[in-house]
Design a protein around this ligand. Structure first.
Ligand SMILES: [Mn+2]
Length: 421
């Protein structure tokens, strides 16, 4: 019989979000709705357990109503016969002085017997039973007792002497995990840390990008429950992993989206024709709607306009940009639209730039002369070109230089003419 559970992580309840006041409020509620949706699934599918891999809430001084909402959810689940296993992370350390320890999860009530908080660096193993009282699996967990844990908690978990499937539950930064650079290095672990215990599944939290960390090991980040910002690792569908585990059998977790709001980001070019505010807005609106129709539920969009645009000055000016963002938010189905005009520039008449005497024109001419071979490069020191030290003739030197010059005009013009708004 398989051990069936839901792996959640990084709920970050009660986060103080960025963005417009309406968006902030919506995301705060959306995070709670995602939590409720996760519970619905666990109860509906009669799972054996919910595993929460740390950072359940964002701040040690979180909103009291959020705390109560979170606790009620745990209670509801446990009353339905589902075990709730929650290990503390860096945002919700388990030491006596912190909030996680004061959630009042331990006690004499029947439901509390199914709730386990891993608050300390000393590992605990919990045997999970099904509705008939039969053992189905073991969860070995360990927690952050304070902020700034710098020891490898994963390495503390040792092999279990059992026939049951075993799961490790830890909030850790695995070296080399994708998007780990977005997070502080707390409780760092490495591939070696996971090998010694030989567990059937690792339910991890901390890195917000959902992923199997190592191709050949059952080490998984569930990712966060609700995307928080336009960062790539916060984008796309967010939710949890449903796992059906049998000892020694390779596992294929099933992702289920719970987040009501999705963050999307996209560059947009082809703005040469946007010569008026109305024309610009229309192009941007269409793009936002295309993105919104491709996403589930509500969507927050960050657009990155790029390339030539006659209205670039309006996008560069902060006041005007905010007005455009407001207009797009109100006239599209996205609940928030942000504009970041990186790489945007006024349309350029290259012939005119070349024909007008200036440093820019001279630079373009130099690039062209090097490229065409009109300028002799035989006496260019090879160390200036960062070339290999071996008898290189003028032809291959020029060919090499041409590869270095590729796309240089565009990069140079973007920099040199940036202030020319
Ligand atoms: Mn964390």
């Amino acid at each position: 019989m398989a051990f069936r559970f839901l792996h959640l992580a990084d709920l970050h309840l009660a986060t103080v979000f960025g963005g417009r006041p309406e968006t902030k409020a919506r995301l705060r509620d959306a995070t709670l709705e995602a939590w409720d949706a996760a519970l619905e699934l666990a109860i509906g599918e009669e799972l054996h357990a919910i595993l929460i891999a740390g950072d359940a809430f964002d701040d040690p001084d979180l909103d009291r109503r959020v705390e109560l909402h979170f606790r009620r959810g745990i209670q509801r689940c446990a009353e339905a016969g589902i075990h709730v296993l929650y290990c503390c992370g860096n945002h919700d350390p388990g030491g006596a002085a912190f909030r996680a320890a004061k959630l009042d999860l331990a006690g004499e009530a029947d439901w509390q017997q199914r709730v386990h908080l891993f608050a300390k660096a000393t590992p605990k193993a919990v045997t999970i039973t099904d509705a008939e009282g039969d053992d189905v699996g073991i969860v070995v967990g360990v927690g952050h007792s304070k902020v700034g844990v710098d020891v490898d908690l994963v390495a503390k978990l040792g092999a279990q002497d059992t026939e049951l499937p075993v799961v490790g539950l830890v909030h850790t930064q695995v070296t080399g995990a994708r998007s780990s650079e977005d997070h502080a290095v707390y409780a760092p672990s490495t591939r070696e840390s996971f090998l010694q215990a030989g567990f059937d599944y690792w339910a991890l939290g901390h890195v917000h990008r959902r992923q199997q960390v190592f191709e050949d090991l059952p080490v998984w980040y569930a990712g966060n429950l609700q995307g928080r910002s336009p960062k790539p690792s916060e984008g796309g569908p967010k939710g949890g992993l449903v796992v059906e585990l049998e000892a020694g059998v390779p596992v294929e977790p099933r992702f289920v989206a719970f987040a009501p709001v999705t963050w999307e980001r996209a560059t947009i070019d082809g703005l040469e024709a946007a010569a008026t505010t109305a024309a610009l807005i229309e192009i941007l609106q269409q793009r936002v709607e295309t993105i919104a129709s491709g996403a589930e539920g509500e969507v927050c969009v960050r657009l990155i306009p790029t390339g030539p645009c006659p209205m670039s000055y309006a996008l560069w000016n902060e006041t005007e940009r905010k007005e455009l963002e407001q207009e797009l938010t109100e006239t599209t189905s996205a609940i928030e639209v942000q504009l970041r005009p990186d790489g945007l520039h006024k349309p350029r008449d290259l012939d005119e730039i070349r024909a007008t005497p200036s440093v820019v024109a001279q630079t373009l001419q130099l690039i062209e002369e090097f490229r065409s071979g009109a300028r002799d490069v035989s006496d260019l020191p090879i160390e200036h070109l960062a070339m290999e030290e071996s008898g290189i003739d003028a032809d291959s030197r020029r060919e090499y230089l041409v590869t270095l010059l590729e796309g240089l005009e565009e990069t140079y013009l973007n920099r040199a003419l940036k202030v020319d708004a």
